[in-house]
Write a protein of this length. Sequence first.
Length: 135
Amino acid sequence: MTTTAETRRTVERVFADVAESGFAGTFVDALADDLVFTATGTSPIAGRYESKTEYQAKVLARLHERLATPIRARIEQTIVEGEWATVRFRSHDVRGTNGTDFSMQYCWVIRVVAGRITEITGFYDTKKMNDLFAG
């Protein structure tokens, strides 16, 4: 079983890199191959994705195609217990290729097992997500 300290270290390491480089590199490397990612809401990326490959193709790639600037997010709050972490984070100065402001606050519930992210449920601003995919 993953300890609270191990989960906190993994989340902090991953988000330190996300703050500098965006959701690539360390973030993608930390995802388990059998990742389960659930995007809440009613946006074009909402749904359940049941592998790292599916998540990369149907969420990350689609977002990156529509972003003029990378999402560099900074943690605002983390609550960790055992394998689970709730991470509230915010992005600033993010623009879509269609000119939309894609800066927002997020909340993810993350499960970490043996240093790998195995599950994420992400809560988003549905209007901003829909605006990014409009036009």
